[in-house]
Design a protein around this ligand. Sequence first.
Ligand code: NDP
Length: 287
Amino acid sequence: MTAIVLDGRAVAARLRARVRDQAMAAGIVPSLAVVMVGEDAASRLYVRNKTRAAAEAGFREQTIILSADISEAGLLAVVRRLNDDPGVDGILVQLPLPSQIRPQAVIEAIDPGKDVDGFHPVNAGRLAIGRPALIPCTPKGVMTMLREAGVAVAGARAVVLGRSSIVGRPMAALLTLADATVTLAHSRTRDLAAECRRAEILIAAVGRAELVRGDWVAPGAAVIDVGINRTADGRLVGDVAFAEALPHAGWISPVPGGVGPMTIASLLENTLAAALARRGVVVGCPA
Ligand code: NDP
């Protein structure tokens, strides 16, 4: 068996077009504000990709670049101004932040209704109990990928590797809401390989280059690789040893070209959802 390779770029392009059409049909121009602190090269690239996608979808977008030595109070004041600005639907503060700023303080300062990253505790809580919420973009994009590929989630045994609040935990919550039977594994899991071998759906979000070996993958499993890792020789690889897993899996997402583009498309979906909600239209439940 050779796995179907999931083309995240193509799925994301369709999703972005759908979002643009939905915004036009609703007669609104959603507005996204991205705040970046400092000039970190990777952050700059991520921010540029996000704002370019927003502009291409016909959204209004603005990038606010703040000096790397801004105080926490200074950044919180910017967030409050955006919260109060009726012309802004979505606010995203690009992480990581410099050490003088507590990321949690910033996340909690964002109006939950404008929290298009879905990191605010109000949105995390709503997701946990299956209420309408803004969902973290990466796990939301993974769910879209699974759905578009026709992977049966209800009743499936799913294993999520990694329990961060931005990927692993919300991923497990979304799969649970979609009626999978979910195992959330992490660095203290006793036998990671054995857990993975039981998975019909395996989501790797660990940040360890090619941790998941081919013989960890059950025959026919859907393998979604969230990891982005740079090897010593400069290659970009995921958390899954792609070539090894290919003959075992039923579906597999590559790195790059898998989950990454889905994350950005999901951000546009969230910005549209926030814009609609602010105009009184509540978009349905997370799963
Ligand atoms: P974090 O570092 O916040 O979390 C990593 C998780 O993996 C932790 O729960 C940790 O366990 C677990 N872990 C680490 N090492 C091991 C191990 N050897 N065995 C089992 N579990 C382990 O990472 P993120 O969730 O932020 O990101 C994960 C990966 O996804 C990264 O490569 C990141 O770059 C990528 N990413 C990609 C995105 C995209 O758009 N494609 C978006 C966001 C992230 P413990 O909790 O016990 O410490």
